[in-house]
Design a protein around this ligand. Structure first.
Ligand code: NHR
Ligand code: GAR
Length: 216
């Protein structure tokens, strides 16, 4: 059975969704760059090993990355999962985990890489927003896309209501992506493209605003 390590920085609701999804893999550890991350408690409550590698205690990004990699490698994971992990990782770190490092980003990439995605989607007047699971590459939020989920944006939305709607979909999309990976169905090809075996082809469309005459 494959094993994974999950990196968090805060609440850890995506991590919790993975625990709840009963994935066919071992969750070897949950590691945070912040000692006060709420998700660490949740992981401990589930009997999962936790560790803190505090970025604030390292003199440079390179030293932090190296300490983080050392902690991850103790567990020899097949996959490293960024779940609300908020530190940009350097090229050496990303290359070390090439094809086995995934992130969930709260926008429909390539729209809105970086931070404050929900605010920016509202400001841009988007009618559709969402989240993206991607393999991590050195360029921020630009790696090959594994799965995306779209949600409508409503005129009365605030950053908080929109974030909550997206987060609900994150909790479906991310465990699905990790399941594909640990089942051995999902790989990053040598050409940098995502390969998913046995992919379904009956995806639905989301029109937002909804049309007057919905398809039956
Ligand atoms: N690292 C690389 N190399 N590539 C990616 O695609 C990465 C990554 C590290 C994290 C998650 C990402 C997101 O989904 C992620 C993707 C943090 C920042 C950021 O600006 C940006 C994007 C993401 C995560 N972090 C600040 C920094 O200086 C700190 C912000 C804070 O601590 O609150 O590292 O959005
Ligand atoms: C999620 O919405 C995730 O997509 C986002 O932060 C939230 C973390 O929630 N990630 C980023 O913005 C990465 N920069 P969680 O801790 O409850 O999973």
């Amino acid at each position: 059975m494959k094993s994974i390590v999950i990196l968090i920085s805060g609440r850890g609701s995506n991590m919790e969704a993975m625990l709840a999804a009963d994935l066919p893999c071992r969750i070897a550890a949950v590691i945070s760059n912040k000692a006060d991350a709420k998700g660490l408690e949740t992981a401990r409550d589930h009997g999962i090993a936790t560790a803190v590698v505090a970025h604030a205690e390292h003199a440079s990004r390179e030293l932090f990355d190296a300490a983080l990699a050392a902690e991850i490698d103790r567990h020899r994971p097949d996959l490293v999962v960024l779940a609300g992990f908020m530190r940009i990782l350097g090229d050496d770190f990303v290359r070390r985990y090439h094809g086995r490092l995934m992130n969930i980003h709260p926008s429909l990439l390539p729209a809105f890489p970086g931070l404050h995605t929900h605010r920016r989607a509202l400001e841009a007047g988007c009618r559709i927003h969402g989240c993206t699971v991607h393999f991590v590459t050195p360029a921020l939020d630009s790696g090959p896309v594994v799965i995306q989920a779209a949600v409508p944006v409503f005129a009365e939305d605030s950053e908080a209501t929109l974030a909550a709607r997206v987060l609900t979909q994150e909790h479906f999309a991310y465990p699905q992506a990790v399941r594909w990976f640990v089942e051995g169905r999902l790989t990053l090809g040598r050409d940098g493209r995502v390969l998913l075996s046995g992919e379904r082809r009956d995806g639905d469309v989301l029109l937002s605003p909804a049309p007057d005459h919905p398809k039956s």
